[in-house]
Design a protein around this ligand. Structure first.
Ligand SMILES: O=P(O)(O)OC[C@H]1O[C@H](O[C@H]2O[C@H](CO)[C@@H](O)[C@H](O)[C@H]2O)[C@H](O)[C@@H](O)[C@@H]1O
Length: 416
């Protein structure tokens, strides 16, 4: 299913009160922002992203540092492992280019596996839990399917990885959930058999929604539009942050302007969020870039900044994240039955933690962290790098093939 553009003039049900405070900037009438009356237990209720009297606030995603708090420079430094050694001559990764990559040595990865065992070594346990269930696969893009490289425009996935992910998409419902814009990540992945959620889950194309239960996605989602894609398939487009488009554009232009004298800085417009990259900026200038972003955001209480891998992600303060996007897709794919469905989420970034958490808290499926270094995570297992992600996906395909063959043989026997 290819990406498509649709606009909705509806108001998002997931705006938070901090946005209501800033309604004049957004041009939204206050009567359209009734969140104080919303049921706080609803998955779509406002997050804790509220301006207090002193102007401070908590991040809507509690586990993600907010650049407005003290320590943002430390967070910028810690946002990605420092580039360490390139292991010469070793069979590290046929997918990874020989330079410009981030990875560590095996020792560091082994320490990580104490808390997050290897999903390859524990494959038996994982499929033991998935037995007799329908598997759904959710994949992050950067650092998961493609290696981390200096230039975000060159973060390509390899052909073998594309083939593998394509096969996965033909066997299981599979979605890519990325911080990039949906169009951008689709251009990189180029697989029509997958579902795509861009802008950290704020721009989703999924199958048409059923309106028959009370869960997260099907009720009262005015920013959810049923439509058809270029191939004439029925789809649902869900964009909970539509009304932020004008300020995202404005902030994007401002950030380009105020970073243009900082060598190596790069600002990307990902439709519902903006990425300010400092991977190629001299470390001495990180304070300056952080400070400038911080200063710009003072004028936009409806936006917040979170830390990715050597990137500051500017995004709307709404109660929506990759975890909610997973729930939305599970429901729209009719995969909401916990006893019958086993979702697997693979990701490497802080924003993927929201998805790991949702799976852990709802006690379904498993989260797999991609990392070569020690990290705190809500995932249950780990994989060291995109090469291991591919290996894991191939194991999953083999397992499914065997399972289907067994099932087929059984059916034949019954008929005979
Ligand atoms: O959710 P994701 O699909 O993982 O996207 C997260 C961000 O990925 C990209 O940036 C990261 O990868 C780049 C290419 O390897 C790297 O140069 C950069 O330092 C990383 O932060 C993308 O450019 C961002 O816009 C995404 O938000």
């Amino acid at each position: 299913m290819g990406p498509m553009e649709l606009n909705s003039s509806h108001v998002s049900p997931v705006l938070t009160e901090s946005v209501a405070v800033n309604k004049s900037r957004l041009g939204i009438h206050s009567s359209l922002l009734p969140y104080s009356q919303q049921d706080s237990s609803s998955p779509l209720s406002p997050a804790a992203g509220k301006l207090s009297r002193t102007g401070s606030r908590k991040s809507a995603a509690g586990n993600i540092d907010d650049v407005r708090f003290n320590g943002w420079l430390d967070a910028m430094k810690a946002s990605s492992p420092p580039r360490k050694k390139i292991l010469k001559g070793s069979v590290i990764n046929t997918l990874l280019p020989s330079s410009n990559i981030e990875y560590d040595n095996n020792e560091d990865y082994h320490s990580l596996t104490v808390d997050y065992p290897s999903a390859i070594e524990c494959f038996g346990n994982i499929i033991g839990r998935a037995k007799n269930k329908r598997v759904a696969v959710f994949l992050d893009y950067d650092g998961t399917l493609s290696p981390i490289v200096d230039d975000p425009d060159c973060a390509f996935m390899s052909d073998p990885m594309r083939e593998t992910v394509g096969s996965v998409g033909r066997c299981f419902p599979t979605a890519i959930i990325s911080g990039r814009s949906r169009d951008n990540v689709y251009d990189l992945v180029k697989l029509t058999e997958l579902y795509y959620a861009g802008s950290h889950g704020m721009d989703i194309i999924g199958p048409p929604l059923r309106h028959n239960n009370n869960d997260v996605s099907t009720n009262n989602l005015p920013n959810c539009v049923n439509s058809t894609d270029h191939q004439g398939n029925q789809i649902t487009l869900f964009q909970p942050a539509t009304q932020f488009l004008p300020i995202i554009d404005e902030v994007f232009r401002t950030l380009v302007e105020i970073t243009k004298d900082i060598r190596g800085a790069k600002v990307e417009n990902h439709k519902f969020c903006v990425s300010v990259h400092y991977r190629n900026v001299e470390e001495n200038n990180w304070t300056i870039i952080g400070q400038r972003v911080h200063d710009v955001l003072k004028n936009y209480p409806g936006l917040r900044s979170t830390h990715g891998r050597k990137v500051l992600e500017i995004r709307p303060v709404i109660d929506w994240n990759k975890g909610k996007a997973v729930l939305f897709l599970l429901e729209s794919l009719d995969l909401n039955d916990k006893d019958d469905v086993f979702p697997i989420y693979i990701g490497d970034d802080k924003t993927d933690e929201d998805a790991f958490k949702i799976l852990r808290e709802s006690n379904r499926g498993c989260g797999i962290l991609v990392s070569s270094v020690m990290k705190e995570s809500s995932a249950s297992y780990s994989l060291r790098d995109p090469n291991q992600v591919m290996e894991f996906l191939q194991l999953l395909l083999n397992w499914n093939h065997k399972r289907e063959t067994k099932h087929f043989n059984k059916q034949i026997k019954v008929k005979v």
